[in-house]
Each structure stands twice: as C-alpha cells, then as structure tokens.
Design a protein around this ligand. Structure first.
Ligand code: NDP
Length: 317
C-alpha cells in the first residue's frame, strides 16, 4: 500500500503535536503517526507544573490528550503505527509504517523523542508506573520532594546536574555511584562534591526501592566491594543513568552524533537531508523539557512550510 503525503510527523509527544498544530493551521494536511508510546514520555509523568499556562498544573496524560485534541481540531490525521524504515535518498522521502504502508512524503518531521534509561528492578518499575516516587527527571519532579530526602543514581553530567538541582530543594540528596569515580566532567563533579547536602556513596548499587505499596519510603543499597547492604530513608528515587534517543531507523540516513541524537543545523530544525526536520528530544540531550520540545516542534513545522513554499516557487519558475 502506497500513499502520498505532504507533511508526515513521526511521534506524538509535545514536539510532534505542536508541529501538527502549526502544520495543520498552515494547510499542510499533516499525518501524524503516534509511535509505540502514544503521548510520549509525559504519559509516565504524574503532575506537570512547569508548563506555562497551567497555573494549577496538569497530569502528563491529560496534557497529552489535550494536545492531541488541539492537533485534531485543525485537521491533523492522527494514526496508530510506527515508522520501521526510511529512505531519504530520492527527491521524495520514503517512510514505511509497520513495514507495510509505504509513504511518499514531501516533508518529514521527526519527533520520535528519547527514552530515559532505568535500572530495570521490579520495585523501581512498580513505583515508576504508580507515580509513587520514581523519576528520571529532577527538573520535572524535584519540586514534589521539597525539604525531603531523596536518592539519585548515576555519575555522569546528567546525574551531577540533577543532584545539584535537587540539593536546592531537598533536605538531603544521596548519590549512588557504582564505581569509585565519576564519569562526569571535572567541573560538574567538583560542584557536587562541594555541595553540603549531597552525600556521595561510591561503589554503591541499588538492591531494591523500598515502599509501603503506594509510595517510596527508602532504598536498599549494596556496597559492591564489601557486599554489605543498608536501608536508607528516601521519599524520591531519581534515576539519571542516561537517555537513549529513539533514532535507530535513521542511522545511515541522517547525520547522528555518537550517542544517536539527530544533528540539526544549530538554531534550526533542519537535519542533514533537505525537507526532513527534527524536533524535541530526538535532537536535544541538553534541555529535554516538554516546553522546549513544543518550541522546536513549532520551528520544525514553520521550516517545513517554508521549504514547501520554496519548492513550489522553484517549480513555478
Ligand atoms: P552518561 O552516559 O554520561 O552517564 C551515565 C552514568 O550512569 C554513568 O556514570 C554510568 O556509570 C551510570 N550508570 C549507567 N548504568 C548504570 C546502572 N545500571 N547502575 C548505576 N549507574 C549506572 O549519561 P548522561 O545522561 O549523564 O550524559 C549524556 C551526555 O550528555 C554526555 O555526553 C554528557 O556530557 C552530556 N550532558 C551534558 C550536560 C551539560 O554539559 N550541562 C548535562 C547533561 C548531560 P559508569 O560511569 O560506571 O559507566
């Protein structure tokens, strides 16, 4: 089955839906495929309190439903399915959905996002799913743990940045580092080391996230040299062990950096292929916020619209 599409949007987080709102209002007849996790990462967040315009906050899933409805209101064609293959070598950009539908697209907006990495412990996943105190985003969720004790896992730049952010809100931050050294840059490590309410435990791993069935109450940690386990109190368990951009299908078709993030021309949504644009976390390992994803979604749609106009103009000339 083949279909011609003016503007294809892949992904249904804040970036994808914002691109859809702008593209639909510009008469680009966008078709949006939702991907494997409709609504994206925000569907695993409880309250979103930092997105401007919601003075009382809103839950992540509710916000995504509203964004979807706003995109539909202007005529976006929203569909189930995920992109499994691309070919950007010719003048039309080809994308396959579920290996069966072949789309011939004038423009493609990639909004496939990234996935936070988790430890994978059953107790971690349980309290992540229930919204009971496991998070992979200190900026999103730190506020809920004001004046409380929290634990953060990881030793890279993200973990240091997030630990420092949490230290300004929380009474105490315990940082679990699995080796006897940091991976982070010296400056980030130094900042964490000199923050009084951050305690760093080296050679320490997580055995289990402890809780009362509803909420996290502590963490069972293990020293991987001595084998000794200890329970420490905590109401929040933050995981900062890296993110994986959802960009596997673009390898070899677009320029990606060494971690897999799509490289865009700075200050634009333009990828290495004309007519193919990127927005949101698929290209952003620095900010990773719903609001920045939405902002770049808007940029991608505006640039796609300008690209289409310039192609039409050159055909007329
Ligand atoms: P990194 O891959 O740099 O670090 C991941 C950290 O998590 C490592 O310390 C790793 O430990 C640890 N880790 C991985 N798996 C486990 C596990 N199962 N249990 C315990 N610990 C684990 O990821 P980041 O997200 O920190 O950074 C990604 C990129 O983004 C980097 O290039 C970084 O420099 C950049 N960045 C830059 C920032 C800035 O400049 N402001 C801010 C944030 C990120 P180990 O060291 O033992 O492998």
């Amino acid at each position: 089955m083949k279909e011609n599409i003016k503007c294809l949007i892949i992904g249904s987080g804040p970036a994808g839906y914002t691109a859809a709102i702008y593209a639909a209002r510009a008469n680009m007849n966008p078709v949006l495929y939702q991907g494997t996790q409709p609504g994206g990462q925000l569907t695993t967040t409880n309250d979103v309190e930092n997105f401007p315009g919601y003075p009382e906050g809103i839950t992540g899933p509710e916000m995504m439903i509203q964004l979807q409805q706003q995109a539909e209101r202007f005529g976006t064609d929203i569909r189930d399915g995920w992109a499994t293959k691309v070919d950007f070598t010719g003048p039309v950009h080809k994308v396959w959905i579920n290996d069966t539908i072949e789309l011939h697209c004038e423009t493609v907006i990639i909004a496939t996002g990234a996935s936070a990495r988790y430890l994978g412990l059953p107790s971690e996943q349980k309290y992540l799913r229930s919204g009971g105190g496991v998070s992979a985003c200190a900026v999103c969720d730190g506020f809920f743990y004001r004046n409380q004790e929290v634990v953060i896992v990881g030793a890279g730049d993200s973990a240091c940045e997030e630990a420092h952010y949490l230290s300004k809100l929380c009474r105490k931050v315990t940082m679990l580092v699995r080796r006897d050294e940091f991976r982070a840059s010296n400056i980030m490590e130094a900042r964490v080391r000199k923050t009084k309410n951050i305690e760093i435990l080296f050679n320490t791993e997580t055995e289990e996230v402890l809780g009362d069935g509803q909420l996290v109450t502590g963490v069972r940690i293990k020293n991987n040299i001595t084998g000794k386990t200890t329970d420490i109190p905590a109401t929040g368990f933050f995981v900062a062990i890296g993110h994986q951009p959802n960009t596997d299908i673009f390898k070899g078709h677009l320029q990606l950096n060494e971690t897999g993030y799509i490289i865009n021309t700075p200050g634009t949504a333009q990828t290495s292929v004309e007519g193919v644009f990127v927005c949101g976390d698929a290209a952003d390992h620095v900010y990773r916020q719903a609001i920045t994803a939405a902002g770049t979604g808007c940029m991608a749609a505006l640039e796609a619209e300008r690209y289409l106009s310039s192609v039409e103009l050159s055909t007329v000339e």
